[in-house]
Design a protein around this ligand. Structure first.
Ligand SMILES: [Zn+2]
Length: 344
C-alpha cells in the first residue's frame, strides 16, 4: 500500500529522468507506472531492458505533451531542427559549374559566391555547428516533421472546446513521488509518476484527474480494449492514489484525453467508472507483491516456464471466443440505421 506521497514539482517536462544512480532489480530503484506495466508483461524483459535516458530521441508523444501541457517551457529544453539550411557555394559565372575551388578549371574565371537552400544534412558544417550549439545548451533536437506533427496535434487539443476547458482548469505535468510498503517482504519501494492534468477542485472537473495519451485509434471500444490490455487502468489507479496520498483530496474519476497519432489528429475523451479503477487497484497490488518477491528472491521470470515436461514448457495457445470479436463492437452505433456499413 502507498504509505506516503508528495508533490515533487509542477509543470515538469516529460523527458526521461536520470536514473543512472539506481539499478533495476534493487529495491531502491524508483519505479513509475510504465515500469510496473512492463514488469507485469515480462519481469525479465523489464529487468534486462535499457532504461530510457535523456539522450534518446524525443518521441511524438513527448512533444505533444510538451506543446500541449507546458508550451512555455518548450524553448528551454527543445530545439526545432530546420528542414533545410543555406549552403554557400562558388559558381562560375560563365559555365555555371559549382565547386569548392575559387576559380573554374574549365573557364579560368573566378567563381562567384552564391547561396543555395539544401535539405538538412548532419554532416554539413553549418548543421554540425547547429547541433553542437544546442547540445551545449542541453536542448533536445526535434526534427522539423515531428515538431510539425506534434504542434498540429497540440493545436487540435487546444481547439476542441471541452479538452481546452479541461486543460485550462488544470495544473499540468505534476510529478508525484511516494512510497509503497510491502508487508510480505518489508520493502519500501519508491514510486514516482507524472500526472498530466489535475483540475482545480472548484472547477466542474474537480472530481477528476487526467492523462493525455497518444493512440493509433481512439474509436470507442477499440481504444478501451487496447488500453486495458496495456494496463492503462493500473497506471490510472497509481496516479489517483498517489495524488490522494499527497494532497488528502481523493478524486473518484480518471479522465483520458486521447489524441490520434495520424492526421487529422482526432481528439477523444473517456472517463473511468468506479469498477475499472478498482480493477486497476487490485492489479496494481498484485504487481507490487510480485515485484517485491522478485527482488527478494532475485527471481525474474521470463515468458514461459522452463520444465522437463513439454506440455508445461510450451504454453498452450487456445482459441478463445473473444478472439473472434470484430475490432470495434461499437461500430454500428456510429452510423444511421439503414446506412450501408463497410467494415473491412
Ligand atoms: Zn566555368
Amino acid at each position: 500500500m502507498i504509505t506516503s506521497a508528495f508533490i515533487a514539482a509542477a509543470a515538469v517536462l516529460p523527458h526521461p529522468l536520470d536514473n543512472t544512480a539506481f539499478k533495476r532489480g534493487d529495491a531502491g530503484y524508483p519505479i513509475d507506472a510504465w515500469d510496473l506495466v512492463a514488469f507485469d508483461r515480462s519481469a525479465r524483459r523489464w529487468l534486462q531492458g535499457t532504461p530510457p535516458v535523456l539522450k534518446d530521441r524525443a518521441t511524438l508523444g513527448e512533444m505533444i505533451r510538451v506543446l500541449s501541457l507546458t508550451p512555455a517551457k518548450a524553448a528551454d529544453s527543445y530545439a526545432r531542427r530546420p528542414a533545410t539550411y543555406v549552403a554557400n557555394i562558388n559558381e562560375c559565372p560563365t559555365c555555371g559549374s559549382t565547386g569548392p575551388g575559387r576559380v573554374c578549371n574549365t573557364c579560368g574565371v573566378e567563381r562567384v559566391r552564391q547561396t543555395e537552400v539544401r535539405p538538412w544534412n548532419a554532416k554539413a558544417k553549418y548543421c554540425a555547428a547547429w547541433a553542437e550549439h544546442h547540445e551545449n545548451l542541453h536542448h533536445r533536437p526535434v526534427g522539423d516533421d515531428l515538431w510539425t506533427r506534434a504542434a498540429t496535434a497540440a493545436n487540435q487539443l487546444a481547439t476542441e472546446a471541452t479538452t481546452a476547458a479541461f486543460a485550462s482548469a488544470s495544473q499540468t505535468q505534476i510529478r508525484l513521488e511516494g512510497i509503497w510498503h510491502d508487508d510480505a517482504t518489508g520493502f519500501d519501494i519508491p514510486l514516482r509518476t507524472v500526472l498530466n492534468y489535475a483540475p482545480e477542485t472548484t472547477s466542474k472537473y474537480g472530481n477528476m484527474l487526467g492523462s493525455l495519451s497518444l493512440t493509433n485509434d481512439a474509436t470507442r471500444g477499440t481504444w478501451e480494449r487496447f488500453a486495458i490490455n496495456r494496463s492503462a487502468h493500473v497506471a490510472a489507479a497509481l496516479k489517483q492514489d498517489l495524488w490522494a496520498a499527497a494532497t488528502g483530496n481523493p478524486r473518484p474519476t480518471h479522465a483520458w484525453v486521447l489524441v490520434e497519432r495520424l492526421e487529422p489528429y482526432l481528439v477523444a475523451r473517456r472517463r473511468s467508472t468506479p469498477s475499472v479503477l478498482e480493477a486497476g487497484r487490485l492489479r496494481l497490488a498484485s504487481i507490487m507483491a510480485r515485484y517485491c518477491l522478485a527482488i527478494r528472491d532475485n527471481d525474474w521470470p521470463s515468458l514461459d516456464p522452463e520444465h522437463a515436461d513439454p506440455d508445461v514448457a510450451f504454453s498452450p495457445v487456445d482459441y478463445e471466443p473473444w478472439m473472434a470479436l470484430p475490432p470495434d463492437p461499437h461500430l454500428h452505433t456510429s452510423f444511421e440505421p439503414g446506412q450501408e456499413v463497410v467494415t473491412e
